[in-house]
Write a protein that binds this ligand. Structure first.
Ligand code: CP
Length: 314
């Protein structure tokens, strides 16, 4: 086992990583992905166990963590929905202190960031945020890996995120600040990102030669961008507001006309699941410049790297 600066740490948001550690995760992911494709199937986490707790629905996150743990040689202990570790009302303290007797890392998808933080407080083993209302760091790592694969770099690129100032908007602000990107958000005034996250990222961005610009319209955000991203307008938990939100996000759809404002060769990305015809059109989702399925696949590679680094196995 090699020591790395991430061994034994948590990843509750991208800003838990330094720029160097963020880069280390991406390089490890690229190497592990290439090795796997070349038939080199190492199992650096053999004999370990990873709890994967899903308090919200998931396709990509659950699949990629479960298969990722298997490929690392670890046992994935998946607990979801009514069978989640927390579904019987035990305290976070008791649940975590029992679980850590069995597993070597905890992956948690839940609502409040404070719950992920509380699990991390009690767990002596690494805790990974697999999506909370505030952040989705694993998606950010997968997206960064995808951009590097298609553009060769992150630094200096302009990333335009259009839509809800939600956990993905926060994650892209953090990614840009860590990687030296120019991040532009186009969000309706009533769906802006959390000002505290923006302020934290602005401080880091200024040190990294990065920048943040926030607009109340999509066209300004996308003009000349190298990457255009969006996310659902109705996040998990907001379903009752679906019709109201469709009206609030009018003018923020990513369609062919909006993509034409981006730079030549711009990529389109979406963390999925998408609501085709709402935040994005079929034309864009299925365009040659859309890399949505690479992005989904890279959840596996990014999370394998993150798990193996946090578990001190590489
Ligand atoms: N992007 C993402 O987290 O997908 P799932 O909700 O399917 O896990």
């Amino acid at each position: 086992m090699n020591a790395n600066s991430l061994a034994g740490r948590d990843c509750l948001r991208l800003l838990d990583l330094t720029p160097e550690e963020f880069e280390l995760v991406l390089q490890t992911a690229a190497k592990q992905k290439a090795d796997w494709a070349a038939g080199i199937h190492e199992a650096p986490c053999a004999g370990k166990a990873i709890a994967i707790i899903m308090e919200k629905p998931s396709l990509r996150t659950r699949s990629s963590f479960e298969i990722g743990a298997y490929r690392l040689g670890a046992h994935p202990l998946v607990m979801s929905d009514d069978h989640s570790a927390f579904s019987r009302g035990e305290t976070v303290q008791d649940t975590t202190l029992v679980l850590e007797r069995f597993v070597d890392a905890i992956v948690l998808r839940t609502f409040e960031q404070s719950k992920v933080a509380e699990v991390a407080k009690w767990s002596k083993n690494p805790v990974i945020n697999a999506l909370s209302d505030d952040f989705h760091p694993c998606q950010g790592l997968a997206d960064a890996l995808t951009i590097v694969e298609h553009k060769g770099t992150l630094k200096g690129l302009t990333l335009a995120y259009v839509g809800d100032g939600n956990n993905m908007a926060h994650t892209y602000l953090e990614m840009g600040a860590l990687a030296g990107m120019h991040v532009r958000l186009g969000c309706p005034a009533i769906h802006m990102p959390d000002a505290r996250v923006v302020a934290e990222c602005e401080q880091l961005a200024s040190q990294a030669g990065a920048s943040i610009e926030i607009f109340e319209n999509a066209a300004q955000a996308v003009a000349g961008a190298d990457i255009v991203l969006t996310d659902t307008w109705t996040s998990m938990g907001d379903e009752d507001e679906h019709d109201q939100r469709l009206a609030e996000f009018e003018g923020f759809q990513v369609n062919g006309e909006l993509m034409a404002r981006a730079a030549q060769g711009a990529l389109f990305m979406h963390c999925l699941p998408a609501h085709r015809g709402e935040e994005v059109t079929d034309e864009v989702m299925d365009a040659p410049y859309s890399v949505i399925y690479d992005e989904a696949e890279n959840r596996l590679h990014a999370q394998k790297a993150l798990l193996s680094l946090l578990m001190g196995a590489v």
